[in-house]
Design a protein around this ligand. Sequence first.
Ligand code: F6P
Length: 364
Amino acid sequence: MKFRKICVLTSGGDAPGMNACVRAVTRAANARGVQVMGSLGGYRGMIHDEFVDLTNRAVSNKIQLSGTFIYSDRCLEFKEEAGMQKAIAVLKSHEIDGVVAIGGDGTFRGATDLSQRGIPTIGIPGTIDNDITASDNTIGFDTAMQSVVDDVDKLRDTCESHARCNVVEVMGRGAGDITLNTAIATGAVAAVIPECEFDEEATIEKMIRLRREGKRSFLIIVSEAFPEVGPALVKKITSVTKELAEKEGNDRLWIESKFCRMAHIVRGGSPSLADRVLATKMGVRAVDELLAGNSDLVVVEREGKITTCGIGWSQVLDRMYKGTLKEGMLDAYTPEQIAEMQKFIEEKKETFRTTYAMLNELAN
Ligand code: F6P
């Protein structure tokens, strides 16, 4: 099939590096004689016929910008058959032969829906959460972690001055990747993540021991998967240590604690070098895959190499990892493929366990 025009979109939560990816898709396609249109606001633009022409000049001066200049949306209308059919009719009216969809798992569901309805579509993982199991890294993850580190370092400054603890909640949806890595990088005393068990009592005991040894400041990083944990932990640390301080008549044992929810602040900021390069490589690969006649694939990074896998495979892997597989979901796969998925997941879980153990060992 000869491609004349393709469409690129960014959907779901924005992530630093999405613009670099749109630029790469545009320039790679243009270099191969294919025109590019940007669907404004993700799948929404396709339904409402809102596009922008992406020439080489239109993507100039965008690589360093955060957010997404073609906007993003979590489009409910596209989840309905009627919305999808409307989008397909609009794509056909513009003679668009293929789509590159940048986003997270919700975006990939849309990409599969389009692929299955005859519009070749390739997905690219763009999310700060790093929760696409098939890819070692997602676009935006590195920048988001650096943003957390930059801000937590500031909290450390004030914690050290006042001999306090700061409990910081960070984004990442159901994945503890941002939390665990930033806990290590900021020298936190503990991390609360969905992948590993947090021992609250042992952590507080450890903090008291460290305080007796003279440690002034403490940081605990908590995944947003546990919205109640951060505030509760702050109360607990404050009250337990206050009681102890009163009992022993030693006010130094009181670890006053504060809570900080970072939320969307870590989704902004100029993309890091790593995210710009990853976004560029993935964008070019997606165009090459489309032009080679492939569809319903997601571009992933594995052990430093850019490769692809089926979107279905990637989504089953995510579910297997989270333990949310539904009956029949593995029916399409051979025992060898299932064993490969299980091995993949076991390795990822093992990495989490050893990294978590390392954090706890060094937090001393
Ligand atoms: O998926 C990216 C993300 O920032 C998650 O970390 C977070 O849970 C969610 O999006 C927030 O979504 P919204 O921007 O719709 O508030």
